[in-house]
Design a protein around this ligand. Structure first.
Ligand code: NAP
Length: 279
C-alpha cells in the first residue's frame, strides 16, 4: 500500500475553514491515500507546532488567520509570491528544511481567468482595501501586467504603505476618491471585509464605472455580496470570490499529494452547500 500522506490547516479559530472539504474531496476523487485535518493552534503554541509537525507525520499544511504573518517570520526559505506578499499560506519540507509559499495571488488570477478571460487588459484596477488580502491581489495584478493600480482604503496610510512597497504603477488614495477613480476603471476589486455576512454594506458604488468594467469581490459569504448585486443590476460583468478560495488550493494539493487537481462544478456545489449550512 502507498504511504499515507498527511496535511493540515492551522489557524485560530479554525472551525470555519473550508479547506478540509476541498482537499478531502480531491483525495477521494483521485483515490489518493491521504488525510487533511484542521488543527486549532493558539498563537503561543505556533513555534512548537512548526518544529514538530514533520515528526508528527505531516508532509505539509495550510496556514490561515491569524498565523500567516507569524509563519512568514519563522520560515526562512519562501517562494517569490510569499516574499512579495509578506505572508505564508502553505508549508512543506524540502531537503529536511521548512519552506513556505503563498498561493492566494494565483487563486485570485485563476478565478478571473475562468470567469472573465482577458481581465488583465481591461484597464486601470481599483483595489478597495489595504490589508493582507490586498497585498496578494496587488501582487497578482502586477504579475499580470496591470500598469495602473489604484489602492483605496479607509485608512489612507495603509494604502500608502502598500504603494511604497509595490512601487511603479501603484497609487494610494482615501475612500473619498473612489468615485473619481472608478470613472475610467476596467476592474473594481473589493478586498475589504465590507459586504461579508454580518458586516453588510457597500464598499463602493459601482454606478460610475464604465460599461465594460469587471467587478469582483473576494468576500464569498454571501456568494453575491451587495457590491456584486449592485454591479449586476447595472449590467456589469461580475465574478464572486469562491473561485479564489478553490483555486488557491490547486497548487497546494499538487505539492503535497503529487497530482494537479481540478476545480469542477461538483466541488463548487459541495462548498456552496457547506457555506449555506453554516448560517
Ligand atoms: P485585513 O488584513 O484585516 O484587512 C481588512 C481591510 O478591510 C482593511 O483595508 C480595512 O480598512 C478594510 N475594512 C474593514 N472594515 C471596513 C469598513 N467597515 N469600512 C471600510 N473598510 C473596512 O483582512 P484581509 O485578510 O485582507 O481579508 C479581507 C477579506 O477578504 C475578508 O473578508 C476575508 O474573508 C476575505 N478573503 C477572501 C479570500 C478568498 O479566497 N476569497 C482570501 C483571503 C481573504 P482599514 O485599513 O481602514 O482598517
Amino acid at each position: 500500500m502507498a504511504e499515507m500522506k498527511k496535511a493540515f490547516v492551522i489557524g485560530h479559530p479554525i472551525a470555519h475553514s473550508r479547506s478540509p472539504k476541498i482537499h478531502g474531496h480531491w483525495l477521494k476523487a483521485y483515490g489518493i491515500a491521504g488525510s487533511y485535518e484542521a488543527i486549532d493552534v493558539m498563537p503561543g503554541d505556533l513555534p512548537a507546532f512548526l518544529s514538530a509537525f514533520g515528526e508528527n507525520g505531516f508532509n505539509g499544511g495550510n496556514v490561515t488567520i491569524p498565523h500567516k504573518e507569524a509563519v512568514f517570520a519563522v520560515v526562512k526559505r519562501r517562494d517569490a509570491a510569499a516574499e512579495q506578499i509578506g505572508a505564508i499560506n502553505t508549508l512543506w519540507t524540502e531537503d529536511g528544511e521548512l519552506r513556505g509559499g503563498n498561493t492566494d495571488a494565483h487563486g485570485f488570477a485563476a478565478n478571473l481567468d475562468e470567469y472573465a478571460p482577458g481581465w488583465a487588459g481591461n484597464g486601470p484596477a481599483v483595489v478597495l482595501g489595504a490589508g493582507g488580502a490586498a497585498r496578494a491581489i496587488i501582487h497578482a495584478l502586477k504579475e499580470r501586467g496591470v500598469s495602473d493600480i489604484r489602492i483605496v482604503n479607509r485608512t489612507k496610510a495603509r494604502a500608502v504603505e502598500l504603494r511604497d512597497q509595490f512601487g511603479a504603477g501603484v497609487s494610494a488614495h482615501g475612500s473619498e476618491a473612489t468615485d473619481e477613480l472608478n470613472a475610467d476603471a476596467g476592474l473594481l476589486i473589493n478586498t475589504t471585509a465590507l459586504g461579508m455576512h454580518g458586516n453588510e454594506g457597500l464598499p463602493a458604488d459601482p454606478a460610475g464605472l464604465p460599461a465594460h468594467a469587471i467587478v469582483t469581490d473576494i468576500v464569498y459569504v454571501p456568494l453575491e455580496t451587495p457590491l456584486l448585486a449592485a454591479a449586476r443590476r447595472r449590467g456589469l460583468k461580475t465574478v464572486n470570490g469562491l473561485g479564489m478560495l478553490l483555486h488557491q488550493a490547486v497548487p497546494v494539493f499538487e505539492r503535497w499529494f503529487g497530482r494537479r487537481p481540478e476545480v469542477t462544478p461538483e466541488l463548487r456545489d459541495l462548498v456552496v452547500a457547506d457555506l449555506g449550512a453554516s448560517h
